[in-house]
Ligand binder design. Structure first.
Ligand code: FMN
Ligand code: SF4
Length: 459
């Protein structure tokens, strides 16, 4: 049993839910409009980014991508964030890309669809010093753990245990050294394309295992002015924000998703995050969406031929907590991070909206967060996947019909295998229905069955 599993062995029940009447919902903070920079969201409900592995292998929008977003749009969230999207023009499997103008038409269709639907001195043998690399490799392959521990340095041991990964502080590698030179331009161009495609705004992905989160991390020891103390770790993220802002203009929403806590040994904590939040606000970001963990450092070693998946260690647990948890349980577990960051941003004199997410699936949780001033928007990724109509059902006084997420992460398991993401609560339901589009395995429907509000409730 892994260390993670030992810690997280209490099975929590879903919190009881009391759903508001239509009149209560109408008055609720959750359903009031709120400003995000130059735009106004109709409500404070938010669907955070979720990768559904539905693009083509070249990163183009498919009909399945369109159906994914169209279905969330039917629930009428205040904000619907598009999945992690590659800004470099390099292959990344069925993940959306925006690193070249050729991707714009497909992305434009996505926008239109959403709108249209509303939408290595251990052997004491000196000969090894001169041995050819292949012989050393061969010896290590048959070595026991004691020899490996003695023969490999920390990085090599980590690569053995968790798989080799480049780090943004590997500045001996030319393409890593030059990141600060190339990234602002790449992000800025991607931002321009997003605007051209018609999106209302862009979210800079500074969270999880992505490059910019590594720049912000306390683990970043680059010595070229972009690592070490906070002021230097935030430098590139601020330069990217500045370049994007200059390219898209002041009248366009530019938000940042970043980590309230890396949850890895030696990584950044909430005090770093609070300080970064104030710097981002000062630099004019339009919103801050706070996530947690999801780092590579503690991820499990992938099987041969498979890509490393960052959500498998403790930090991964914290990013998408499940009901098999510690005493705190998974529900609204990350809210204190958002609240601390919001406090720091307000103290610094900015009213930048802060978005929280993580284990939120009831009206009372969401409304309580807003009421206590812990965040300005409430994000729900898995609950929205489980029931894309849930915000709308609550809003219309039909909360008792909400299909509640069980927080057991079948969907995340599919994501880990790069399979088209669906939810266990509905993917085997009415698979024969004429409008049911099936996953490539031919067994699972790709979208939740649609929900029609009772007559007269069509809003
Ligand atoms: C299938 C799946 C894919 C995800 N993909 C992304 C992503 O592309 N970008 C991102 O910032 N977060 C991603 N996340 C994390 C969610 O946005 C969210 O932070 C996390 O699931 C916790 O919120 P929840 O409890 O409301 O689900 C993903 C989550 C899931 C379940
Ligand atoms: S598969 Fe499970 S965790 Fe994922 S959205 Fe559905 S019920 Fe929630």
């Amino acid at each position: 049993m892994s260390a993670v599993a030992e810690r997280f062995k209490i099975r929590h029940r879903l919190p009881a839910a009391r759903w508001p009447t239509r009149e209560e919902a109408e008055r609720a903070r959750l359903f009031q409009a709120a400003r995000i920079g130059p735009v106004v969201a109709e409500q404070r409900t938010w669907v955070p980014a979720m990768v559904p592995w539905r693009a083509t292998d070249d990163g183009f929008v498919t009909d399945e991508v369109l159906a994914w977003y169209a279905r969330f749009a039917e629930g009428r969230p205040g904000v619907l964030v598009v999945e992690a999207t590659g800004i470099r023009d390099v292959a990344s499997g069925p993940l959306l890309r925006i690193g070249d103008d050729r991707f714009v038409p497909g992305l434009r269709r996505l926008v239109e669809t959403v709108r249209g639907g509303r939408l290595a001195e251990a052997t004491h043998d000196a000969t090894w010093r001169q041995a050819p690399e292949a012989a050393v490799r061969e010896r290590l392959v048959s070595a026991d753990r004691t020899l490996l521990e003695a023969a490999l340095d920390d990085r090599q041991r980590e690569a053995l245990d968790y798989g080799y990964r480049e780090r943004i502080w590997d500045t001996h590698l030319p393409h890593i050294r030059e990141l600060p030179r190339v990234l602002p331009g790449l992000f800025a161009e991607a931002g321009r394309r997003a605007r051209e495609a018609g999106f209302d705004g862009i979210e800079l992905h500074y969270a999880h295992a992505y490059t910019m989160a590594s720049f912000l991390s306390r683990l970043n020891t680059r010595d070229d002015g972009y690592g070490g103390p906070r002021e230097q770790r935030v430098r590139l993220p601020l330069e990217v924000l500045g370049a994007v802002r200059a390219r898209v203009g002041g009248d366009y929403v530019v938000g940042i998703r970043y980590l309230g806590d890396d949850v890895v040994a030696g990584g950044s904590d909430v005090e770093d995050a609070a300080w970064f939040g104030a710097r981002f606000a000062e630099a004019g970001v339009d919103y801050l969406s706070v996530s947690k963990g999801g780092r590579f450092e503690d991820a499990k070693q992938p099987r041969v031929g498979e890509a490393v998946y960052p959500y498998t260690g403790r930090s991964g647990y914290e990013c998408m907590p499940t009901v098999l948890s510690d005493e705190r349980g998974p529900f609204a577990r990350n809210v204190p991070l958002a609240a601390r960051i919001r406090g720091a941003v307000r103290e610094a004199g900015f009213d930048t909206p802060v978005v929280t997410s993580g284990g939120i699936g009831t009206f009372e949780q969401a409304e309580g967060i807003l009421e206590r001033g812990e965040a300005d928007f409430v994000g729900a990724a898995r609950q929205s996947l489980a029931d894309p109509d849930w915000f709308r059902k609550i809003r219309l006084g039909h909360g008792s019909l909400v299909r509640r997420c069980e927080f057991t992460n079948y969907c995340e398991g599919l994501d880990q295998q790069h399979k088209q993401v669906t939810c266990k609560l509905w993917d085997r339901v009415e698979v024969d229905a004429p409008d049911a589009r099936l996953a490539r395995d031919g067994k699972r429907r790709l979208s939740a069955p649609s929900w029609t509000p009772p007559e007269g409730d069509a809003r």
